[in-house]
Every structure is written in structure tokens, then in C-alpha cells.
Design a protein around this ligand. Sequence first.
Ligand SMILES: Nc1nc2c(ncn2[C@@H]2O[C@H](COP(=O)(O)OP(=O)(O)OP(=O)(O)O)[C@@H](O)[C@H]2O)c(=O)[nH]1
Ligand SMILES: [Mg+2]
Length: 254
Amino acid sequence: MYRQLRVAVVVPAYNEAQKIGDAVATIPALVDHVIVVDDASADDTSAVARAAGDRRGHEPIDVVRHGDNRGVGAAIVTGYRRALAASADVVAVMAGDGQMDPADLPALLDPIADGSADYVKGNRFLHPEVWTAMPAARIVGNVVLSAATRVTSGYHHVFDSQCGYTAASRAALEAVDLDGVFPRYGYPNDILSRLHAAELRVLDVRVRPIYGPHWTSGIHLGNAIHPIPWVLLRSWGNRLASEARARRRRAAMS
Ligand SMILES: Nc1nc2c(ncn2[C@@H]2O[C@H](COP(=O)(O)OP(=O)(O)OP(=O)(O)O)[C@@H](O)[C@H]2O)c(=O)[nH]1
Ligand SMILES: [Mg+2]
């Protein structure tokens, strides 16, 4: 529990047997329900996650395994649904590759506990280490996508759109159509547009950028850089259409 809230953490993981052990074992004790979504990994991700749960020493880790690889966005939606079904008040996402500092979790939860935001996301550009820690190609790509996502999502105050470290209130997750969320890389940009259409409050908080010496990534040109512009265009169009419908409904009622 954190400030009277039941907290769940969703950990999307694909072939993370090397890193998921530490990622899970270091999830703070305030987290009531840890859900690892193993997206048909070819390695021992599920078994390593379970063993790490024993090391962590609270409730056993809840490992869900997809029968086939559906993508990181779809894995997070699976985790969200499971957390809501288990009565979570707030659901955070922490990657399975150890790139999120557990010490930052309270800062993500506080605005939701205060009632001042519905969805809180990490922003590594608010941290002075970003310029040395984040690889140059990631900085460039992120700045371009963050600027584009300001337009497509309608949230002009948010940046670091690609940061996967987030916390969402139960109400926020119930207000968006989770099944429509883009299933692969590009999902954070799509979720932001959906939150804006649902008139929810989104806040950035500072989180530490972590790219250790053993950093590897599933992101490459074909699976991320190519589809994301289309995801952005689609979510922009859907948001504008949905907001226009809401305005017409309001006008008809007044
Ligand atoms: N469930 C699931 N998780 C995935 C999939 N692809 C990646 N992930 C997980 O999502 C998290 C982030 O993936 P990365 O490829 O490292 O992407 P990133 O951390 O956003 O970006 P980098 O800055 O390149 O590291 C990791 O925990 C991955 O295991 C997938 O297809 N399914
Ligand atoms: Mg990563």
C-alpha cells in the first residue's frame, strides 16, 4: 500500500532472463501486486521472474505468459486488466530490463495519491544525467517523437514521450479503450492521445535515465522508427475525431 492506495506494478518482458531477476527483486515493498507479462519469450524469463519474487519476499510474483508474442503495448494492457481485476487503485509500469530506478516510484505515485493527476509519466529530460546517460541516437529520436507527440496527443506540457515508466489511476485505465491501444512500440504515444480524448490530467515527473554497460534494446529501425509515424497519425486523427464528437454532444445538450 502507498498512502492508502493498493499499488500494482506491470512488468512487460520479452527475452529478459538476464535482467528481469534484479528488476523484479528490487521492486519496492510498497507494491502489493507485481505482474510480469512474459510475451512468449524463448528464454527462462518466467522462471527467473518467479525466483526473483521469492528473493523479494512479499506476495508471490504473478507471472502471465502470452502464448505468442503480441508486443510490449499488448503485454501492458494484459497487465492493466489483471491489476484492475485484483482491485488495484493505481497501476505502474516498470520495464523488465532494469532501466527504471525503483527509488523514483513514489514520485510517480504521489500526484495520483494527492488527486492532482490521473496519469503520471517519467521524464528523463528533467534529470541532469540525461545528456551523459542516454545514447545520442536515443536523444535525437526521443526529442523528435516527443515534439510530434505534443501535437498528436494534445498534451503540450509533456516530453519524453517514449519513457515507459508510468503510473495510472484506476479511473484513468477505466476511461480509455485499452483494447484499442497500439500493441507494439508506439503504444505510449497512442495512450497519451487516448487519455487526452478522455479529458484526463497527465503529469511529467523527473526520473533517472539508466543505460548500463550491458544495455541492450529490442528497438531497431524496422519495428519502431518505421511504424511510429503511422501510429502517431492514427492516434492524432482518432483523438481529434473523438474530441469533435464530445463537443457536438455538449452543444446538443446545451
Ligand atoms: N511483453 C513484451 N515486452 C516487450 C516486448 N518488447 C520489449 N518488451 C519489454 O519492454 C521493455 C522495454 O523494451 P526495450 O526494447 O528495452 O525498449 P526501451 O527500454 O523502451 O528502449 P531503449 O531505450 O532502447 O532501451 C523491456 O522490459 C522489454 O523486455 C514484447 O514484444 N513483449
Ligand atoms: Mg530498454
